[in-house]
Design a protein around this ligand. Sequence first.
Ligand SMILES: *Cc1c(COP(=O)(O)O)cnc(C)c1O
Length: 365
Amino acid sequence: MIPFLDLTRQHAALRAELIDAAGRVLDSARFILGPEGEALEQELAKQVGVAHAVGVASGTDALRLALAAVGVGPGHEVITAAFSFVASGSTIVMAGATPVFVDIDPATYALDAEGVAPAITPRTRAIVPVHLYGHAAPMDRIAELGRAHGVAVIEDAAQAIGATYAGRPVGAWGDAACLSFYPTKNLGGCGDGGMILTDRADVAERVRRLRHHGDGGRYRHLELGYSSRLDELQAALLRVKLRRLEAWTAARRRIAARYREGLAGLSLTLPVEREPARHVYHLYTVRHRQRDALAKALAQLGVGTAVHYPIPVPGQPMFDLPAERQWPEASRASREVLSLPCYAELTDDEVTRVMRSVRAACEGL
Ligand SMILES: *Cc1c(COP(=O)(O)O)cnc(C)c1O
C-alpha cells in the first residue's frame, strides 16, 4: 500500500531534533508567547520578505483576524473563490461579513481574475484569493484590482508557503497573507497553528492585539479580542521543519515533474504550472470524468488518494447556495478532482508504482 500521505516518515527522519526542540520548551516552561514563537515569526517574515509576522492558533484564525484587522465587519462583502477548503469562506462569516463567491479558472483552480471586477460593489472591503494546491492565484491582477477599488487583499496562502508569482513569494503580495500549520500542510506542525504575514504595521499591531484578548498591556483590554496564540511547542517544532522546507518543496516538484511526464497521454487532466507561477504541489491533483471509479480502482491497486474538495464552498450545507448554476467550474472541479500521493518522503520506486497503477486504472475504466 502506498499511503496518500505518511507523516511518520518525516518525523522518523527528524525525531532527535524534534524531541530536542520540545525538550527545550519544556525546560523553559514558557508555553505561550515566548522566544520560539518570536523566532519563527522572524524567520518566516524574512523568508517571505515581509516586515511583520504574527503567530496565531490556526490558519482559520489567521484569516478571521486578518479580515478584522483590515476593517472587515458587518455590512461588508468579501470576494473569495468558490472552490477551496471551507475556511476561505466561513472565516468571512466569522468576521461578520458576507462572502461573495467567484468561480475559478479551471486550469489553475485559482480565483478567476476576470470574475473579480464585476463582483466588486460599494460594500466590498476585501478580496481573499486562495493559492489552491500550492499554485499562486494571478496576484498581479488581483493586487491591481484591490488598489484600483481601494479594497484590501488578503492571501489565503495556507497551501502555498514557498510558492512564488513572477518571482515574488506568495504572502508578500497582499495587505496580509495567512499561513496554516495544520499537520498535513507543506510546513505542518504537530497540532494546530497559523500565521499572518504583512508589511502593514497597523495590521500587525491589530492582529497582535486581537490574538490576545484585545490586550493593551498590564491587563488593560482595548477591544474585544480572542484567545488565539501559536504555542511555543508548535513554534519550536515548526522551526526544525522550516529548515527543510525548501528541500521538501524541491522533492515535491521533482515528483510532479515525473508525474507530468509519466502520466501524459492518459484520459486524465494533469495540473498545470502556469507562468509566472512557481507551484509547490501541496497537492498533486488530477481530474477525470469518472473520478470515483478511478479512486476505487487505485485503492484496489494499493494507491491512496483523496478528494480536495467534494463540495464547492457555496454549495456546502452551511451556505446552501445553488452552486451548480452559479459556479459551474467549481462544481465541475468538485466532481472531477483527485489528489495523488505527493510528499518529499515518497520513494522513486513508489512514484513509479503510482504511475503504473494510474495507467492501469485509466485503461481499465
Ligand atoms: C488548511 C486551510 C485553511 C485553514 O487552516 P487551519 O490551520 O486548518 O485552520 C484555510 N484555507 C485553506 C485553503 C486551507 O487549506
